[in-house]
Design a protein. Structure first.
Length: 395
């Protein structure tokens, strides 16, 4: 078997079972492994520490499959890992409240680069690294067998694939049918998910419990939902008794789905105003009009995928939170989020604190938000904790 031999002293993270091996940690490559091939990871003395998938184009040169040097990386290996991931979800309380769940969450489920979401009877799979790309067809066959879903749609079109030297790929693997409006239920609310064209895999499943929390807080409040996408938070706020919701989104196709989602639920459409436009400019327009809200929700896209982009992202996060705090009435609530992996929870809190200072606003953190339980974070892989949020009250 081919092998990657580490530089002396660079094995510490592997001994803590962190699953990534960066190119700078490698002293030499033994053999001629191809993209996705299984390689041994050896320390400088030659001891085998792990088995990993090789990725020659990526700065993350290898992703660990197993820290057991004798474990066979085979179809049965992937069967066991997928079965374990499915069993975890089946045992979650979330399972009783929805038919849409994340079934496989990459490294945290021991399957680096693989994302699988379930929307009713449709699976959406993303292959984001060379290793899972190498095992793509056996993995898809296993998913079809173990979930018995009617259709599997592949959304391997995330930008991260380019870092792996992989071209984008989308389309049906099984059950070629129209899945552009896949109906799901979440805590009694009905949504249509565009698994073919929507962002990520079509719906932000990681925000499930946070939508439910907003729902519990929305009664009697006028709500502003920035970056509303397909209306998840807006509809949750309506279900919680919001008096009125102003929802802003730049994407016309997303707003089309948002309107369909509204129509799928028994709410008065007159209580919602959907605005298509740039959120930053729309918030400034509302500020200039002297608008005021008793709840503001900010769930923007990923401004900083990596830590290197955090500085530029910080300005964008600060701007939107500053505007939101100006629009928030005293006693109002701000639910603000970042899904940027390059922005730590500490940095995010610091950015929001700076925004409050510049807005001349006093605010306190009363809750912290994270991803739903079907997006687990392995203890040894803190990078898996990408979603963070704060619930603030303006005093």
């Amino acid at each position: 078997m081919s092998a990657l031999v580490l530089k002396k002293g660079r094995e510490k993270s592997l001994r803590r079972h962190h699953p990534w091996v960066f190119s700078g940690a490698i002293e030499k490559t033994v053999g001629e492994p191809g993209p996705g091939d299984t390689v041994e990871i050896r320390d400088a003395a030659g001891k085998v520490l792990a088995q990993a998938a090789y990725s020659p184009k990526s700065q993350i040169r290898a992703r660990v499959w197993s820290f057991n040097p004798s474990e066979s990386i085979s179809v049965e290996f992937f069967r066991a890992r997928i079965e374990r991931a499915l069993a975890l979800r089946e045992a979650l309380p979330d399972r009783r409240h929805t038919n849409a769940l994340r079934l496989v969450h990459g490294e945290s489920d021991g399957l680096p680069g693989l994302i699988v979401d379930r929307y009713a009877d449709v699976l959406v799979a993303q292959f984001l690294a060379a290793g899972v790309e190498r095992w793509r067809e056996p993995i898809l066959d296993l998913l079809a067998e173990l979930t018995a879903c009617a259709a599997i749609f592949e959304r391997s079109d995330a930008e991260v694939r380019t870092l792996e030297g992989l071209p984008p790929r989308t389309g049906f693997f099984r059950g070629n049918r129209n899945a552009s409006r896949c109906p799901i239920v979440e805590y009694g609310l009905h949504f249509r998910v565009d698994v073919e064209q929507g962002q990520k895999t079509g719906f932000f499943l990681d925000q499930r419990e946070n939508r439910q929390r907003v729902r519990s807080l929305a009664a009697g409040r006028e709500v502003l939902d920035g970056f509303c996408y397909t209306g998840g938070f807006s509809i949750a706020a309506l279900a919680g008794g919001a008096t009125r919701v102003t929802a802003i989104e730049s994407s016309a196709p997303a707003l089309e789905v948002a309107r369909e989602n509204l129509a799928a639920n028994p709410f008065d459409a007159a209580r919602v105003e959907f605005i298509q436009g740039d959120v930053f400019s729309q918030l400034r327009t509302l500020r200039d009009r002297g608008a005021s809200f008793r709840m503001v929700i900010l769930d923007p896209p990923k401004f900083a995928p990596t830590a290197a982009q955090a500085r530029n992202a910080a300005r964008a996060y600060k701007d939107i939170n500053l505007l939101a705090l100006k629009l928030l009435a005293p006693g109002g609530l701000l639910a603000t989020f970042s899904c940027s992996g390059g922005v730590s929870p500490e940095l995010f809190q610091s950015i929001v604190a700076g925004a409050a200072l510049d807005a001349g606003a006093q605010a306190k953190i009363i809750e912290r938000f994270g991803a739903a339980a079907d997006h687990p974070v392995a203890l040894e892989f803190p990078e898996g904790e990408y979603l963070k949020g704060l619930l603030l009250v303006k005093t």
